[in-house]
Design a protein around this ligand. Structure first.
Ligand code: GAR
Length: 223
């Protein structure tokens, strides 16, 4: 069983999905500490509901990013964490942090990277006019949302979508793939080769694949 340190800033629905997967015995891990930079994050309550230790480390603790990160690193080491899980943690990490846990920090991002890194990405996807978006779990490197990709899930973007309806559709997929990505790590099935993450013994999709809008069965169009 691997030991997780989950970093949060907000609602914590991904934290909840991880806790639920552990309790359902689909994820062979324990959440040993939840760290929040936001004292009002609902994620804190979710952790407390499951008797998980919570550490609130305010952004104002230190103005220098490296000093702030040193406190988080020290806290994660105190709980002997094997894998750091960013679950809606709205703060960039310093390279000192990345070096402290090389390829042992995962993040979930609500878009199909490398499209739409950064913030407000559901709006960016709608404004760009893509027909699909989704969620990406990746290892964290020095860049913003640039690390090796572990798993992605795709959702359609509809003409009448708002930022909220798309975010909700993506979030459902996040809750499916994040616990699974962590389980793959726990089983030692993730092999990093340069930018690529090879997932040992993974299943392949069968055609037909996806299109959006759905191709009409109109014979005239199909010819
Ligand atoms: C999720 O959609 C996650 O992908 C996103 O914040 C939300 C957190 O929700 N993360 C980022 O945008 C990171 N750049 P949650 O607190 O309910 O898990």
């Amino acid at each position: 069983m691997i030991r997780l340190g989950v970093l949060v800033s907000g609602n914590g629905t991904n934290l909840q999905a991880i806790i639920d997967a552990i309790e359902a015995k689909k994820l062979d891990a324990g959440v040993n500490v939840v760290i929040s930079n936001n004292p009002n994050a609902y994620a804190i309550q979710r952790a407390k509901n499951h008797n998980i230790p919570v550490e609130v480390i305010l952004n104002s603790t230190s103005s220098a990013r490296e000093d702030y990160d040193s406190i988080i690193i020290e806290t994660l080491k105190r709980y002997s964490v094997d894998l750091v899980v960013l679950a809606g943690f709205m703060r960039l990490l310093s390279s000192k942090f990345i070096r402290a846990f090389p390829m042992r920090i995962m993040n979930i991002h609500p878009a199909l990277l490398p499209a739409f890194p950064g913030l407000n990405v559901q709006k960016k996807a709608i404004d760009y006019g893509v027909k699909f978006s989704g969620a990406t779990v990746h290892f964290v490197d020095d860049g913003v949302d640039t690390g090796p990709i572990i798993i992605q899930a795709v959702v359609p973007v509809y003409d009448d979508d708002t930022e909220e309806t798309l975010a909700e559709r993506i979030l459902k997929e996040e809750h499916r793939i994040y616990p699974y990505a962590i389980q793959l790590f726990a089983e030692g099935r993730l092999e990093i080769k340069g930018r690529r993450v090879i997932v040992k013994d993974s299943k392949k999709l069968e055609p037909p694949y996806l299109e959006n809008p759905v191709v009409s069965s109109n014979k005239h169009l199909l010819k």
